[in-house]
Ligand binder design. Sequence first.
Ligand code: ADP
Ligand code: MG
Length: 514
Amino acid sequence: MFIMSEDSQRTQGRDAQSSNIMAGKAVAESVRTTLGPRGMDKMLVDSGGDVVITNDGATILNEMDIEHPAAQMIVEVADTQEEEVGDGTTTAAVLAGNLLGEAEDLIEQDVHATTIVEGYHEASEIALEAIAEQVDEADVDDEILRQVAESSMTGKGTGGLTAETLAETVVDAIQHVDTDEGVARDNVTVHTEVGASSNATELVPGIIVDEEPAHDGMPSEVEDASIAILDVELDIQTGDVDAEYAIDSIDQLNAAIDAEEGELQGYAETVADSGADVVFTTEDVADRVANALANEGILVFEGLGDSDARQVAAATGARRVGDLDDLEESDFGSADRIHTESFGGDDLAFVEGGAAAETVTVFVRGGTEHVVDELERAIGDALDVVATALESGEVVPGAGATEIAIADKIREEAAGIEGRKQLAVTAFADAVDIVPRTLAANTGRDPIDVLVDLRAAHDSEGRAGLITKGDEVTIDDPFEYGVVDPADVKREAIESATEAATMIARIDDVIAAE
Ligand code: ADP
Ligand code: MG
C-alpha cells in the first residue's frame, strides 16, 4: 500500500542519519579556513556574475545557495548567531559541524541518538558554566570595549586601516547611543562610499542621505537649521481644473502663464514665509520655485525616498507635512548643521546634531566596492559586539582560551557521568577543541602540538590562547594582549550549535516530496 506519492523519496535509519550528518559537516567545513586573525577570505560568484569577497561566516553560507535541508540548518545556526549577537558566526557553524562529526563516530560505536542528545545537552550546560568562570572580573571600560572591537575586526579586509583605528570609531559610535535604558544599537547606521582610502572612514554625528540641493544657487551649509519635511509637490498641479485652458487667444495664453506663475510664486512664498531654512520634500520642486527659494537662501532637497524622509524626521524631530496650508513652525525639526558634499559622482547631505535623536553614522570609505562592502560587514560585527559587551558587561578571553577552558571543564565533569552518556559528553569536549585547532591550522601551526601546549599552559597559568599580533604568534594569556570576546558570543555559539547538531542527529527518516 502506498501512503505517499510515488515520486517522493525516502531515506531511513542510519542512511538518513549519515547523509544528514555528512551534509552538515560539509557546510561547516567550508568556512573553517576563514576563522581567526589569519583566516582567509572567500570569493563567491553568483550565477549572474556578481562577486562577493568576504571572511564573514554568515555571509559566505548565505551566498552559497545551499539546498540540502540538514546543511541548511547549519546556515541557520550562523544566521541565528548573527541576529542574536552579531559575531561568532564561523565559530558557531564550525562547532555545529564538529558536533555532528563526533556524533557520527558515536553512532558507529552504537551509541543511540537519544543518548548523544542527552550527553550533548549536559555538556553544553557545563560549557555555559565554564564560560561564566572565564568572565573577566574587571569592569568593561573603554579600553576593553576597544579591544573587543579590535578582536572582532582583526583579519577582516580592513584595507590600509588598522583594526586599531577603526576600533576607536566603533567604540565612539556605540558610546554615543548608550543611554540609561541601554544601548540604542539601531541608532548607529553605516554609510558606505567608494572613492577614498579606508583611512578616511569617520564618525558622523548624525545621518547621511543621498541627496543634492535642488538648485545650484542654494547654500551648501546651514547652521542651526530649522527643518521642514514636506510630502507636497511644489510644481504646477497637473490635473488641476484651472490648469486646463482652452487657449484661443494670446491674452488667454498670457493669463494662463500668469496663473501658473502665480501658483509657483505662491508655493515659494509660503515656504519662505514659514521660516524654515532647510526643506526636504518627497515630491518634485519646479525649477522656478527652487530658484526663488535659492534666492531666499533656503536649502531644498527634492524627491526624497520615504525611508530617508523618515530618517530625517526621526533625527531632527520634524513632523511630515502633507498640505502646504498646514505648514507651521511647530512642525519643524532642527539640527546643528546640515551640509552637502560631493564624493566622486555622489552628492550627500549630512544632517548633524539632530534635535530629536542621538543618531550617528559610521561613514565608511574604501578604494573599491569590494573593500567597502567587507569593511561594512566587519564594522557591523564590531558595532554589535561592542554593544553586546557594553550591555552585559561580560567579556571572556579570545584566541581559543575560553574553548580550552570549556573542554577542560567538560572532561573533568564527564568522569562523574555514568554509562554511554559519558562518551557523548567527552565527544562534546573534543568538538569544542575545533576552535583552537582551527586557529592553529590557520596560522600554519600543527593543531595537535598547539592543543597540547595550550592545555599545559591552561593547567599552569589558567588562561591560555594562541595569540596572533602582527607577525608574532604566541601562547599566552589573551587578556594581556587585548584579545577578548563578549561572553554572549561564546554562549550563543554553544547553544545554537548544540541545538542544530542534536536536531540533525535525532532525524532517522527523511521524506522528500518531489
Ligand atoms: P567568527 O565568525 O567566529 O567571529 P572570526 O574569523 O571573526 O570568526 O574569528 C574569531 C576568533 O578569532 C575568536 O575566537 C577570537 O577570539 C579570535 N581572535 C581574534 N583576534 C585574535 C588574535 N589577535 N589572536 C588570536 N585569536 C584572535
Ligand atoms: Mg568575528
